[in-house]
Ligand binder design. Structure first.
Ligand code: 5GP
Ligand code: MG
Length: 178
């Protein structure tokens, strides 16, 4: 099993590239089937989803568009604590079929906030598509229709996901070694 070092940590292969591609294709086929004729707008959440979003879009067999947004974290007031804000939405999404494309849903907090923001712009429908889900950590009640893969609660990198900015270029997904 291949291991790699990034900064102070060692990672080992968790999901090889071929498996990732198979899973992405399965999700793409479902979306193509479910959203036929709706010309969905894929909304990739930066930075982590950029590779997944590119592969997913190329595997769709229906017309689609793509745009990217970012959820920025900053310190709010003492009572609100850390606040997440949506930035970069330039598209008019009113009346459109939107598919949020995320790299990973962990606690679900980011996704919950994201949906709250998007709803204000009155899209016709919002669907969630995530490359990865950590089901054991999910704290929010979200209707995640499209999940490429479920993984345990360990820290992973690769295929767009980073450790301190690094590792996004890795073709396989790696998990941190204890
Ligand atoms: P949530 O709000 O669902 O708890 O967190 C989602 C975000 O946490 C993801 O978009 C991602 O940026 C980050 N995250 C959660 N788990 C991992 C992980 O195992 N590896 C990496 N690189 N990021 C993660
Ligand atoms: Mg993300």
């Amino acid at each position: 099993m291949a291991t790699i070092d990034i900064k102070d940590k060692t990672f080992e292969t968790l999901i090889p590239e071929e498996e990732i591609m198979r899973r992405v294709k399965t999700v793409a086929d479902r979306i193509s089937n479910d959203l036929k004729g709706k010309k969905p707008l894929l909304l990739g959440v930066l930075n982590g989803s950029f590779i997944f979003a590119a592969d997913l879009m190329r595997m769709l067999t229906i017309e689609s568009e793509i745009s990217f947004v970012k959820m920025t974290s900053y310190q709010g007031t003492e009572s609100t604590g850390k606040v997440k804000k949506l930035v970069g939405l330039n598209e008019d999404i009113e009346g459109r079929t939107v598919v949020i494309v995320e790299d990973i849903v962990d606690s679900g907090l980011t996704m919950e906030k994201m949906i709250e923001y998007l709803k204000e712009f009155k899209p016709a429908e919002i669907h969630i598509c995530t490359l990865l889900l950590k089901p054991d950590n999910l704290k929010r009640n979200l209707d995640i229709e499209y999940i490429a893969m479920e993984i345990p609660n360990d820290f992973i990198v690769g295929y767009g996901l980073d450790y301190d900015g690094l590792g996004r270029n890795l073709r396989d997904i790696y998990v941190v070694k204890e």
